[in-house]
Design a protein around this ligand. Structure first.
Ligand code: AHR
Length: 495
């Protein structure tokens, strides 16, 4: 078949912010506790309580920004319980996620340590649903004020002299649901009030993110932009790829082609959601000052059999890898309005990068896509035009091939390609414009013959990127690329 892509290598159309490759780690199941935090006395090798294997794996992803502590947890979290000597910290019940008791050993200081060890920017989500304005104000003062003040002095007593640099701050989470069941009009007013006290101390400048709509609730976006748009820097959007629906979630492993198809189709719905929310935002903010912050996205399947249903632990297969790649292509296309995206979640929850079991750890197929695609971070998005055949199921269809391309400051061009069809390879004629000469090409691919392929603790390397040379006829004007069924590839062109 004929799949044709025309790539204008000399035509940048925007910048793919590295923040599109952001993460989200919540106090949920075994994400923070066990997955990240094991404590300084743990037999699992750790650095200041944070497990070394996970740290090392995540460092390879160049994670640009990490959202914490929730999620729904954020609107029940009282930060003062999580600072000071660990042995005297108050315990709490994580009522939203499994009803487990947490010892609060991972708090503000530990989170900033994690960010420092990862070289990532912190993104903190504050408590609007059950917290007071004063509590939020004092948290910002505690973290960012350099002078003499009750909160800054308390931070010093707790071992941190200098304030941290904090840019991203969310004023509540899902305030239409777990964050307070508010109407948009009410939340818009609450947002205006709370954000007033999220102060810029000294040189620190906060980028304020308002709690955004649930999926396709365009009215929420309309009301927030109209009533509070000028008080925010970003508006969040949450959308999960959830085959079957909330009441009949499907298994993460052991699915058939119908479920494969439904999952890909639902992943691509992200494009329509961003387009339509952006159109509403454009009415109030035509210059696109306010970013759409997709701070929760990813697959949501049935929990793994025998695990706590409140822990949202699921396996991760080749299907998740394709979902991740499709999302990145959508985010790249909308990089003028989408300023940040955060996958849910980093470890052991939903579409995770790594899974742990005791001292064991494995890298998921999604991890490998994040690693392969990191070359796009902060690169210039290139103009391209794709003509592709459709992949059909019943009366529904979607493009079989998805492509995105970017150019780094050093001139390297990266082209990522996905073939979502489970039974048909795709030969793509890649026409190149704007190159000086015949490029040197290299590539990597993630693929498998089995759509259910995944990594286990016994066989952690079933799916991992391989060197890829499925291209031919390379010239200054183009090349031909053959993508196996169910594959994600990244080509590097050195002009
Ligand atoms: O990521 C899991 C949960 O999904 C988050 O806590 C919440 O914000 C969303 O509903």
């Amino acid at each position: 078949m004929k799949h044709t892509v025309t790539l204008n290598a000399d035509l940048p159309v925007g910048t793919i912010s590295r923040h599109l490759y952001g993460h989200f780690a919540e106090h949920l199941g075994r994400c923070i506790y066990e997955g990240i935090w094991v404590g300084e006395d743990s037999p699992i090798p750790n650095t200041q309580g944070i497990r070394n294997d996970v740290l090392e794996a995540l460092r390879q992803l160049s994670i640009p920004v990490l959202r914490w502590p929730g999620g729904c947890f954020a609107d029940e979290y009282h930060w003062k319980d999580g600072v000071g000597p660990r042995e005297s910290r108050k315990r709490m019940v994580n009522t939203h996620w499994g009803g487990v008791v947490e010892n609060n050993h991972f708090g503000t200081h530990e989170f900033f340590t994690l960010c420092e060890l990862l070289g990532t920017e912190p993104y903190i989500c504050g408590n609007v649903g059950s917290g007071a304005v004063q509590e939020m104000q004092e948290w910002v003062e505690y973290m960012t004020f350099d002078g003499e003040s009750p909160m800054a002095n308390w931070r010093r007593e707790n071992g941190r002299d200098k304030p941290w640099r904090l840019k991203y701050f969310g004023v509540g989470n899902e305030n239409w649901g777990c964050g307070g069941n508010m109407r948009p009009e009410y939340y818009a007013d609450e947002y205006r009030r709370y954000q007033t006290y999220v102060r810029n101390y000294g040189e620190n400048r906060i980028y304020k993110i308002a709690g955004g709509p649930n999926v396709d609730d365009y009215k929420w976006t309309e009301v927030l932009m109209k009533e509070a748009g000028r008080h925010m820097d970003g508006l969040s959007l949450h959308y999960y790829t959830l085959p079957g629906g909330w009441d009949s979630k499907r298994p993460a492993i052991g699915f058939d082609e119908d479920e494969w198809f439904e999952t890909m189709r639902k992943a691509l719905d992200m494009d329509e959601l961003i387009t339509r929310h952006s159109a509403v935002m454009d009415r109030y903010d035509p210059d696109k000052r306010v970013g759409l912050i997709v701070d929760e996205w990813g697959t949501w399947f049935q929990v793994e059999l025998g695990t706590n249903p409140g822990f949202l632990y699921q396996q991760n297969s080749l299907r998740d890898a394709l979902v991740a790649a499709l999302h990145f292509h959508v985010f790249h296309r909308h990089c003028d309005r989408v300023h940040m995206a955060n996958i849910a979640q980093t470890v052991n929850v939903l579409q995770a990068m790594v899974l742990t079991e005791g001292s064991k750890m494995l890298l998921t197929p999604t991890y490998h896509v994040f690693e392969m695609f990191k070359v796009h971070q902060d690169a210039a998005a290139l103009s391209l035009h794709t003509e592709t055949e459709t992949y059909r199921s019943g009366d529904q269809s979607m493009p079989q091939v998805s492509v995105s391309a970017s150019k780094r400051e050093n001139g390297l061009i990266h082209i990522s390609l996905c073939n979502v069809h489970p039974g048909s390879e795709a030969t793509v004629s890649l026409r190149l414009r704007g190159l000086a000469g015949t490029p040197a090409v290299s590539g990597r691919i993630l693929t498998h013959a089995d759509m259910n392929a995944h990594n286990t603790f016994e066989r952690p390397d079933t799916l991992q990127p391989q060197a890829y040379d499925g291209y031919s006829d390379v010239s200054r004007d183009g090349l031909s690329v053959t993508l196996p069924p169910m594959s994600v590839a990244v080509l590097e062109l050195r002009d």
